[in-house]
Ligand binder design. Structure first.
Ligand code: CA
Ligand code: CA
Length: 512
């Protein structure tokens, strides 16, 4: 009883005593959130980096507190139009402690908001201490203790291209096995770290397998991820990866699918021109002018046919669905070689926009349906072979879920049974891999063969998400077409490269 009383007194004592918030490690604390949130604090340290683009700078305690669980650095948010202190000076700041969280992104970063505070500088510091990042274990959690600190990241290899924000993922070379492409199944070698280039000064064009020299930067957290912001220039050397085209195999039918990554009217005229030029070049050069190109993410038939005319002798088929951002699936076919008979939008009636909502004739909201981009079935003939193509763009992993994709697979299987076509080519961006429950549901229910299974594992990808390569785009054939299977695979000309027509690579098949 007496011991319990003492423990209670100690607990009350601990609660009454204010946390010491007079150093950077004390403000960071040893957990995911600062113990000093909302307090106004005064902290001293060395400025390790200043980024106008981030409206702030990083401050680090030169001595540290000798506790590896607490970060010795912190981000100072100064706001717009402030003169930021340069790297290398001693500074004292007074401001409010905040855990800054971005809407829609998990986690937060500890910051000192000095917008109505004080920043004083006092001469140069002698300072070159940094921590070496070692991606192992529960990496994202393990990085909390380096948040805001100067860090080194030894030579690494890029696992994907730099995106439009300059971000890319890289994995330490001393952690990488011989096969460096990261697949969902291959996380044994350690985890990649995100290299950010928000500062903009050292922005690099990076593609998959490029070699990234030793990096020295500050570790920031934003948009749900820890990220290294390089503080000094660094070297990126060419890893030698080049775009690859489909083989020039002959056949009676050459088919490909390409997610066009938003061929939409929202683009400026210059952007639209560049988009059309790159997509048309992709169809001609990388896909070898196939007879049929299934497409996703195209706004309307007019844009699709403009692309078709740029790429060759193509006509388009596109029936609008009800995607909230206006993108649709469609087909381009070479009208000099292929005849089209009919097209059907699966999932029933065409939706209409009424009062800003997408509804069906009886007033039901279209979002109640499985697909806001309904599969498009088109009947064709090539020579004397009659066949049907069904183009898909299943619900995204962002804003959708696997249960919806499984339900979509079941619906499509029912539709395929109802249509009763013998020669069937089902293709598209399914937003799922060949071994996912949704694709397995489709193949088991229909007997269609997903060609992804036949592609060697190291080339079985069409998209790179956060450094991980995965096949989201597929071509499936009915058993009747398997005997004429010629070449097949993925034309890798987009996913690995920063300058590209779109963000997905294209699956293709040649029947002979
Ligand atoms: Ca510490
Ligand atoms: Ca923190």
């Amino acid at each position: 009883m007496k011991r319990a009383m003492l423990a209670l007194v100690a607990l009350i004592g601990a609660r009454i005593l204010p946390a010491q918030c007079d150093t950077i490690p004390a403000v960071q604390g040893d957990g995911p959130r600062s113990p000093c949130v909302d307090r106004v604090v005064t902290l001293g340290g060395v400025v390790t980096a200043s980024f106008a683009g981030m409206q702030g700078f990083f401050l680090q305690d030169p001595a540290g507190d000798a506790d590896p669980a607490t970060s010795d650095g912190i981000f100072i948010f100064a706001g717009t139009g402030q003169n930021l202190p340069p790297r290398g000076v001693l500074a004292t700041v007074t401001g409010r402690v905040v855990e800054f969280a971005r809407a829609g992104s998990p986690g937060s970063v500890t910051e000192i908001d000095v917008r109505s505070g004080v920043v004083e500088t006092a001469g140069q510091a002698e300072f070159a201490r940094y921590a070496v990042l070692n991606p192992e274990g529960d990496f994202e959690n393990a990085l909390e203790r380096f948040e805001g600190m100067l860090v080194a990241y030894p030579k690494s290899i890029a696992l994907g291209p730099a995106n439009g924000f300059g971000e890319y993922y890289a994995l330490r070379m001393d952690r990488v096995p011989l096969t460096v492409r990261l697949f969902p199944s291959s996380f044994a070698g350690g985890l990649p770290v995100l290299i950010d280039q928000a500062g903009g000064a050292f922005r690099k064009q990076v593609k998959t397998f490029d070699l990234v020299g030793d990096l020295l930067g500050v570790l920031h957290f934003d948009f749900g991820h820890y990220r290294i912001e390089p503080v000094f220039d660094y070297v990126v050397s060419d890893g030698g990866l080049v775009p690859a085209a489909t083989p020039a195999t002959d056949g009676y039918l050459r088919v490909a699918f390409m997610n066009c990554e938003r061929l939409v009217r929202q683009l400026t005229p210059a952007q639209l021109e560049q988009k059309l030029a790159r997509l048309a070049e992709a169809i001609r050069t990388w896909l070898g002018s196939p007879d049929i190109v299934g497409v996703a993410e195209v706004e309307d038939l007019d844009l699709l046919e403009r692309l078709g005319a740029r790429a060759g002798n193509y006509k388009g088929v596109l029936l609008k669905g009800c995607d909230f951002s206006g993108i649709n699936v469609g087909v381009l076919y070479d009208a000099s070689r292929i005849r089209k008979f009919s097209e059907t939008q699966l999932q029933g009636e065409a939706p209409q926009f009424r009062n800003g909502r997408c509804t069906l004739a009886d007033g039901r909201a279209f979002s109640q349906f499985l697909f806001d981009r309904p599969p498009l079935a088109v009947d064709f003939a090539a020579g004397n072979v009659v066949f049907s193509v069904i183009v898909n763009h299943w619900r995204s992993r962002i804003g959708g879920n696997q249960a919806e994709r499984i339900a979509g697979a079941e619906f499509l299987a029912d539709e395929i049974a109802r249509l009763g076509r013998e020669n069937l080519i089902v293709l598209g961006d399914f937003n799922d891999s060949e071994d996912s429950p949704s694709l397995l549901t489709l193949t088991e229910r229909t007997g269609l063969a997903d060609l992804a299974w036949l592609v060697p594992a190291d080339g079985r990808y069409s998209y790179i998400f956060e450094g991980v390569s995965e096949a989201l785009d597929h071509i499936l054939l009915s058993p009747s077409l398997i005997p004429s299977l010629g070449a097949y695979g993925y034309a890798h000309f987009n996913a690995d490269f920063p300058v590209r027509a779109a963000d997905h690579d294209a699956p293709y098949v040649i029947l002979r």
